[in-house]
Design a protein around this ligand. Structure first.
Ligand SMILES: Cc1cc2nc3c(=O)[nH]c(=O)nc-3n(C[C@H](O)[C@H](O)[C@H](O)COP(=O)(O)OP(=O)(O)OC[C@H]3O[C@@H](n4cnc5c(N)ncnc54)[C@H](O)[C@@H]3O)c2cc1C
Length: 368
């Protein structure tokens, strides 16, 4: 595929002003959301504009690799609190995930239940709309809230409203210690009950996931070392009614695996990501008739591996969102990647798309 790679925001604006056909917008294309059209990559828009560790603020160009951002923050003992998932293992894609791609797709990980989602840490954006106009919204600090909140709109719009050129993020200090309580011998009902109890406890849980194949729920705590050890001991004693809780030492690999749905890597079949009320997960799980399941966010996020072509969305029957994360092109086309929006919401989305992309060139057909 021919790939446009603007090296500056001005060049990006020029390209969009002059474009007339559909553009497939991507960072490095690691999230597998390509459409038919001419490729436009933000990889050339890379680099840090401003990093003020003392103000917990980072302003960075959209094509900057996530790994570069993580390394920069780690050098100051800071991190992106929302723990963005890396889709490469699940989708078999290659390349370096970019920070713009994370924000455009609204990608968050296990810590979302405690720290918030990607959009909650996004302070400001610069982007170019479908007519080539440069738009700036938001600020560099949280208190600077002005005008229409395009910042929240751009996060999760998957490039359909504009091509991000720069993002401003709130960053957070990295915890001194991290520990996990593993509750073995728990069925799904026990696991959801245990995770709800842990999330409702005063012990500030930053991850709550369940692996049905191992029959084990995982509850993570982070913070100062003494406090982490104390809270783990309290959780072990309070979660005894749901299985056999014990403190696990191996953390980073375990939570990266949960974040990236590693249990499904290299396994054939379609992968769906379903977001529901955690208490609905227990009744919903058997209805999905999946080959394998993984649970995060206390049961509110379900990963399902099903035979290729299965319409899992039709089997949900409770309020929620089902996204088709991995499937062949035909299945994606037939079932749609995203949960269909109710009529009034779809009309608002369509109106916004027309306003920001009058020529209909930005990832057309990807959302709605
Ligand atoms: C702990 C927890 C508790 C919950 N409790 C409840 C509850 O009580 N009641 C309830 O109804 N729900 C509940 N949910 C579900 C959750 O609120 C819904 O999934 C929510 O509506 C989706 O928002 P999100 O921020 O999770 O979106 P995301 O996770 O970002 O996305 C959800 C879906 O929407 C799609 N999407 C994202 N952005 C757009 C866009 N711009 N246009 C179109 N599609 C888009 C995504 O691709 C995905 O399929 C809960 C979830 C959790 C994790």
């Amino acid at each position: 595929m021919k790939m446009l790679t603007p090296q500056s925001e001005a060049e990006l604006a020029e390209m969009l002003a002059g474009a007339s056909g559909p553009l497939c917008i991507q960072g490095s294309g690691t999230r597998g959301l390509a459409i038919d059209g001419e490729g436009l990559s933000t990889r050339g828009l890379s680099g840090v504009e401003l990093y003020e560790p003392g103000a917990l603020t980072l302003v960075v160009r959209a094509g900057t690799p996530v790994a570069e951002v993580a390394a920069l923050l780690a050098a100051e003992n800071q991190q992106l609190a929302f723990e963005p998932m890396d889709h490469r293992g699940l989708l078999g894609t290659e390349g370096e995930p970019t920070i713009g791609g994370v924000i455009a797709a609204g990608v968050s990980g296990p810590r979302r239940i405690q720290a918030g989602a990607a959009r909650d840490h996004l302070l400001g954006v610069r982007f170019v709309d479908g007519s080539g106009q440069v738009v700036k919204n938001g600020g560099r600090v949280m208190k600077n809230v002005t005008g229409y909140d395009l910042v929240k709109l751009m996060c999760g719009a998957h490039g359909t409203l504009g091509v991000l050129s720069e993002v401003s993020l709130k960053v957070l200090p990295r915890a001194e210690a991290c520990a996990t309580v593993a509750i073995e011998g728990a069925d799904l009902a026990d696991a959801v009950a245990a995770m709800s109890a842990a999330l409702g406890s005063p012990y500030d849980v930053t991850g709550a996931a369940y692996d049905p194949e191992k029959q084990t729920a995982f509850v993570r705590v982070e913070g100062f070392a003494d406090s982490t050890a104390y809270r783990c001991r309290k959780l072990v004693s309070e979660l005894g009614g749901f299985g056999s809780p014990q403190i696990e030492n191996e953390d980073a690999g375990l939570w990266h695996g949960i974040r990236d749905a590693a249990g499904f890597h290299g396994r054939a079949g379609d992968v769906w990501r379903i977001s529901v009320k955690p208490s609905d997960a227990v009744a919903l799980a058997p209805r999905l008739q999946a080959e394998a399941l993984q649970f995060d966010w206390g049961g509110g996020l379900i990963w399902a591996l099903v035979p290729a072509g299965t319409d899992l969305r039709a089997q949900i029957g409770v309020r929620g969102h089902a996204t088709l994360v991995r499937a062949g092109a035909d299945t994606r086309k037939r079932l749609g990647v995203f949960q269909p929006q109710p009529g009034p919401l779809a009309a608002i989305s369509e109106g916004l798309r027309r306003q920001f992309d009058p020529k209909g060139i930005l990832n057309p057909g990807l959302m709605g």
